[in-house]
Design a protein around this ligand. Structure first.
Ligand code: ADP
Length: 288
């Protein structure tokens, strides 16, 4: 670590700070150090996030299966270049038959080399792909980080307990747990998952987390089975709800605005009581 850099000074502070204080409750010590000004708030919050990595499983941070850009093994190099260009992702899983059977990963830099020679353009990507690294949904994030390091790979495909594809995780997803959301160069600006429309209405994406909705609307939605509002409304309906369907939960009407056969996309929440929470949009816009 460069001793002149901020990292160097942080390390210096940490060793000085823990010297003589004991580390029985490291988290408490970090909080106190931040409060006392011995650590910058951002340093303290990063340190706390690092400690919490050990409590996270990969399923908590993965990009879910429905959002994965993947292509079939019979695709040509030229088609793969198109998929990479369109998605903006530099690594794309390759599957045989369906997405539950991922057989490799194609890298943009390998494609670049192939694309230099016109006669390679029709080559199937299966001849250019690399091995995929598979891990179970329950894998500990800290362990995954170590495996990324030892295997010199940056992406893992996450399998559910039946061997189907559950999602994918890259080193960036782990880093985001420590430093917060990172916008990629190619990221289109993301729509917030919770947008307060009027004082008593909010537009929600189907993937908005219940805990964030609770905080924004000052309500108490709970579920042992699901995490998101789309998941909760589907769970209550026992199927994917249709656009136009309404659900009343905890004094709030949830109207399905957009849904297809796989997902609830947009929900309008409207308080049935006069003054239900009108938190600022800013507080709720960082949910990925
Ligand atoms: P890239 O820059 O190639 O997108 P990163 O490692 O920076 O790769 O990942 C950025 C985000 O994109 C992460 O949340 C990661 O899970 C997601 N991601 C990476 N590759 C894919 C892919 N093929 N399909 C869907 N999401 C992906």
């Amino acid at each position: 670590m460069d001793s002149g850099s901020e990292g160097g000074s942080l390390w210096h502070k940490i060793t000085r700070f823990f010297h003589g204080k004991g580390t029985d409750n490291v988290e408490q010590a970090i909080i106190e150090a931040s409060q006392e000004g011995e650590l910058h708030a951002s340093e303290g919050s990063m340190m706390l996030s690092i400690l919490q990595l050990d409590d996270l499983q990969v399923q908590d941070i993965m990009t879910p299966r429905t959002d994965i850009t993947a292509i079939p093994a019979e695709c040509s190099v030229a088609k793969a270049v198109e998929a990479i260009t369109e998605s903006g992702h530099s690594r794309i899983p390759i599957y045989l038959d369906d997405r539950d059977n991922i057989v490799g990963v194609i890298y943009a830099k390998d494609l670049l080399r192939e694309a230099l020679t016109a006669s390679n353009h029709e080559k199937p990507v299966s001849q250019v792909m690399r091995q995929a690294f598979f891990v179970p949904e329950t894998k500990n994030v800290l362990e995954l980080l170590n495996e990324f390091k030892t295997r010199k790979t940056h992406m893992a495909v996450i399998l559910d307990e039946y061997g189907g594809t559950s999602g994918l995780v890259t080193i960036e997803d782990v880093l985001e747990e420590i430093v917060g959301e990172i916008e990629d160069e190619h990221d289109a600006p993301k729509e917030a998952d919770i947008v307060i429309v009027d004082g008593d209405k909010a537009r929600l994406s189907g993937r908005a987390y219940l805990e964030d909705i609770n905080e924004a609307l000052k309500i108490h939605l709970e579920s042992e089975e699901v995490d998101t509002i789309g998941g909760l409304l589907s769970h209550i309906a026992g199927r994917l709800p249709l656009p136009g369907e309404e659900f009343v939960l905890d004094g709030v009407k949830f109207l399905i605005e957009e849904a297809d056969s796989k997902q609830v996309h947009k929900v309008l929440a409207q308080s049935l009581e006069p003054a239900v929470g009108a938190e600022s949009q800013e507080n709720n816009s960082a949910v990925a």
